[in-house]
Design a protein around this ligand. Structure first.
Ligand SMILES: NC(=O)c1ccc[n+]([C@@H]2O[C@H](COP(=O)([O-])OP(=O)(O)OC[C@H]3O[C@@H](n4cnc5c(N)ncnc54)[C@H](OP(=O)(O)O)[C@@H]3O)[C@@H](O)[C@H]2O)c1
Length: 327
């Protein structure tokens, strides 16, 4: 089969598209993949001293979608259209940049009828995380009448899907972006207005800023998350999923102890089967009569993955890069 192979030795990484690999079939569910997508984590996996990669040689791709060709479990049968993501897929075991993948049952979701495999990968792990973030905020009590909800890293995969998910649910969305040329695009995606990356907080000389945001979805982390925390309104929450500017968070406890603010962790990797099912249902319901096309940055073949990983590392993407596995 054809696949995008990553090989690491000492501090050297090499990648190649190989056509001579044996198709896997050893695990619970074996899928003929049709589509995958480029996620930030895929770029982390090919860093020479990656803390994310857990295997020296593996097929990349933290997600993929296609049709089941073999199954050893009773609730998934050949012919089912599925999405594969989570766990160590594309990190410690072979992932979605391949014509076939074989994985444990817990990494597989049967797609709702209204979602095609292509659409599922326009969403991908990034979009899944955005919808999971919305669910977490609403479980915390967020409703559209409470005020503006901030999305950071708004043109990225998680960010752009957060804008779409929130606006479809009736929220007034403020997109924070470093890409001034994409502000109009974010408005078309559903943002009510956009601000710059450095315009999230105010009153820099004070411990807490003004109470600006009824909620927030942050995939950037670091100083950005600190600014979000200090400007959330009383009782608000921020759904935090990412570390684009780094894993460190320097902040203080005042937002938590004087404004009852909540820092809600979002994890797409080890979510329960029930959570995964609920999120994919929410995606399908939300997108019922909406087009996925505006969220596609570009469509590439396996040969284009190297360039796309470089692009996402440099924040030169808008929305999602789709990988047409058999294109
Ligand atoms: N917790 C989970 O399970 C989970 C799941 C999926 C993703 N993630 C994480 O979420 C993060 C985003 O993933 P993604 O796929 O959305 O990546 P992405 O498409 O590259 O988006 C990241 C966005 O961050 C913004 N950004 C880049 N550099 C910045 C900087 N120096 N300061 C402020 N903003 C900056 C950019 O948006 P603008 O140009 O619009 O500012 C960029 O598009 C990653 O850290 C990823 O690992 C976590």
């Amino acid at each position: 089969m054809r696949a995008f192979l990553i090989s690491a030795s000492q501090s050297q990484i090499s990648t190649s598209v190989r056509a001579d690999l044996t198709a896997p079939d050893g695990d619970d569910v074996t899928v003929a993949l049709e589509w995958s997508g480029i996620n930030y984590k895929d770029a982390m996996v090919i860093q020479p001293n990656s803390r994310v990669r857990r295997s020296a040689t593996l097929i990349g791709g933290v997600d993929g979608a296609g049709t089941v060709v073999a199954s050893r479990v009773s609730d998934i049968v050949p012919g089912d259209r599925v999405v594969v993501h989570g766990g160590d897929v594309g990190v410690g075991r072979d992932g979605g940049f391949a014509e076939f993948v074989s994985v444990p049952r817990r990494y597989v979701n049967v797609l709702p009828d209204s979602l095609s495999t292509r659409e599922a990968m326009v969403v991908g792990t990034a979009g899944y995380t955005a919808f999971a973030s919305l669910m977490a905020l609403e479980q915390r009590g967020l409703t559209p009448d409470q005020g503006e909800v901030l999305v950071t890293g708004a043109t990225g995969g998680v960010g752009s899907w957060s804008v779409v998910a929130l606006s479809a649910a009736g929220y007034a969305v403020v997109g924070s972006t470093g890409s001034s040329e994409s502000q109009q695009w974010l408005i078309e995606m559903g943002a009510t207005r956009c601000i710059g990356r450095n315009d999230i907080g105010d009153k820099a000389d004070r411990v807490l800023g003004s109470e600006l945001w009824a909620g927030a979805i942050d995939c950037v982390g670091g100083e950005t998350l600190h600014q979000v925390l200090r400007t959330l309104r009383y009782g608000a929450g921020v759904a935090a999923s990412g570390l684009v500017v780094g894993a460190e968070l320097s902040t203080n406890v005042y937002p938590f102890i004087t404004r009852n603010v909540a820092l809600l962790g979002i994890d797409a990797v080890s979510a329960s089967m029930e959570t995964r099912m609920n999120v994919w249902r929410l995606v399908a319901d939300t997108m019922q009569s909406r087009s996925f096309e505006p969220l596609i940055d570009s469509v590439i073949a396996l040969e284009g993955i190297d360039g796309a990983l470089d692009q996402i590392t440099r924040s030169q993407t808008r929305g999602r890069i789709l990988v047409n596995i058999r294109g």
